[in-house]
Design a protein around this ligand. Sequence first.
Ligand code: AMP
Ligand code: TRP
Length: 330
Amino acid sequence: MKTMLSGIKPSGQMTLGNYIGALKNFVAYQDEYEMMVFIANLHCITVPQDPATLKKNLKDAVALYLACGLDPNKATIFLQSDVLEHAQMGWIVNCHTYLGELNRQTQYKDKVAKGETSLSAGLYTYPALMAADILIYDADYVPVGEDQKQHVELCRDLAERFNNRYGEVFKVPEPVIPKVGARILSLSDPTKKMSKSEDNDKGCITLLEDLKSVRKKIMSAVTDSVGIIQYDPVNQPGLANLLQIHSSLSHEPIESIVARFEGKGYGELKKEVADVVCAELEKIQAAYTEIINSGTMEAILAEGAQKASRIARKKLNKVQRKVGIEIFRK
Ligand code: AMP
Ligand code: TRP
């Protein structure tokens, strides 16, 4: 069975974008692949965090993984920092990553371009740790949203670099990007992606949000003045975003939704999108409440970390041997 691996960095509350672009797909793939999913808590602290809020967000993220349908009997679910090998492999990968490559990563570049100061070294080298996360499990596939594609591509380059330098060390992974919903846009500014940095903003829906507020945000989503319901992401990005959200949750093809709404107004479409989103979130929120109070999460994470560690330790030993930093064979 091929291995699929992905992580989510809950540096805020999980969003509808996370769900559609990533989480929902992990669930869909868990029967088909050896699935490894983790909470990237080491990545969270690449930007300043309030410890108590971070802890809550991490716990919520685990509960939401499960609430969205990840099954610990099928998928290995763990906390990144519980598997110490990630940090160790991260260092080795760091030492094989060029500054030029890190300079080109948009996540860092954008922050510099915006004039943000006090950026941490961890933020800069974050893609090297992410590559280590993937390579340590010999993942074949990495399901992510559009914004992470560049990081997976760097990971591929790094895998090839190791293989050229030391002989076969790593599998070269492939990103898996959903056809619909890889980049859910902000509801208030459809030129930007929906992101949790806008948590309190009208543009972002979080998975645990009050459904009344969700409905309100969708009903007041920014669209355009064209006035025709059609799928045109370039000229009508707000509308296209609503159609993508609908289609990825309802599984109804975009053309079919467009055809049903021919001659109708944006308000009617928004109402149906709100119905679809609220129905999905209602299910998730009910499951979340049950899980967060069930006392089962600790054991699930412990078991996941144990299973992941066994694989990671073996790989790390091999890499240390190949790189020549080991003295006696383990
Ligand atoms: P992050 O929250 O940055 O850790 O992202 C976790 C996963 O969700 C990654 O695979 C992202 O690509 C995906 N993701 C985050 N925001 C969006 C969005 N607005 N649309 C689609 N996918 C997203
Ligand atoms: N960097 C990813 C994000 O911000 C999270 C992540 C960390 C990840 N390690 C990973 C995703 C490995 C896929 C594979 O969304």
